[in-house]
Design a protein around this ligand. Sequence first.
Ligand code: ADP
Ligand code: MG
Length: 487
Amino acid sequence: MATQPVIEGSRGEWEMVIGLEVHAQIISNAKLFSGAATDFGAEPNSQVSLVDAAMPGMLPVINEKCVEQAVRTGLGLKAQINKVSVFDRKNYFYADLPQGYQISQYLHPIVGKGEIILDLPDGVSRTVGITRLHMEQDAGKSLHDQHPSLTYVDLNRSGVALMEIVSEPDMRGPEDAAAYLRKMRAILRYLGACDGNMEEGSMRCDVNVSVRPVGSNEFGTRTETKNVNSIRHVMQAIEYEARRQVELLEEGGEIVQETRLWDPGKGATRSMRSKEDAHDYRYFPDPDLLPLELTDDYIEAIRKTLPELPDEKKQRFMDQHGLSLYDAGVLVAERARADFYEAAAKGRDPKLAANWVITELFGALNKGGHDIDESPISADQLGGLIDLIADDTISGRIAKDVFAEMLATGRDAGVIVEEKGLRQVTDTGAIEASIDEVLARNADKVEEYRGGKDKLFGFFVGQTMKATQGKANPALVNQILKKKLDG
Ligand code: ADP
Ligand code: MG
């Protein structure tokens, strides 16, 4: 077990309790109840059907693709799929909500309890419970920055399908929350259910935080901070909010259950409104929609199409390829990385391949701030380099130079090696000649070595490598030097 972080108050130690609500935009060409398009960044109000604009007499029609995505996600979270679920109206007024209610699911969500495994530093893992997943419509967007005194409304997002995924209050600090969001995003992306892009708002997070004295088994009153749009900000919001609550409680104050907003500029949360209760929304089943009924066959057919998910892939990389937990974890964190690795490792030494992919390639890409899909070197090309090392055409040392050249020019390893004459010298006669020269030039050192100064061996290796421009096979150099010096 990783030790849980505590907050040092002036009167004692406090524990954080965190539950997250993730709103994930479902990948689908059309909205949840209309055929309008869902492309990001389109001209305002260019993707609005009469249903999305809530014109009188318009009726919602469920988009089956969205149902399938919710079921896929439920299965990916090892959750119970509810064969009957119900769409409810959640009633409230807002300018970007023309219907005057949001169609959501309340008492009967499509997905029930599940779980997600957090990968924490040092190989520690912790399971966090999923409470439920339900489908709902997104609202439109108020644009406050288009006119000095007016607010405009863009309804492109109105009616877009969301999944709200609610966690149990099982997390105990900012690191847990970050690990949860990273894992959630990876699973959603593996499944192709949501692109997980927090900057574009296709994955948003409400952060519920409370604190309690270390050792207490009761939960404190929580606040909910809305729509935090990056993992870093989620961590900062938790940090800030927990500290604020501790200070307030230690002063003898009380936490009000309320909805707060994260202000990224100030690095602080502020009160938005007192927390509304479910009954404030007058939930009731939407009379325009039938309960959603799924058959076992339907669910099983979706289960059959699930890809291998990060946890299973990680285990397989360890079992089948002998990778360390750490390496396997780095590779499976993104599906594109895992795919790249598997292509580069195919038919090759899996550990050597992992090393080149993680240390060299990811290292170089990270430095330039690039994703794997922007890699100038393809998996086949990296495989080609690994082959040249494996069959002793080049040494690991020279391979790094070839790699740098590949990164810069995108050319194949074989071409670079031939053009620059980098083939490793494995001709014992040639190596022997170089060694003889080195020993002749350094007769004094040879004497010292033979007199017991063993450390000089490295010097002779270095000189020989230098004399051969790094191309001599290091193993042969060692072997021949030993023979000649120790005689
Ligand atoms: P609401 O509709 O009020 O947002 P939800 O059921 O959708 O309620 O979500 C409540 C969230 O708050 C869940 O993620 C849950 O784990 C979390 N939560 C509940 N109680 C606490 C608490 N005492 N401290 C921190 N988080 C909590
Ligand atoms: Mg909620």
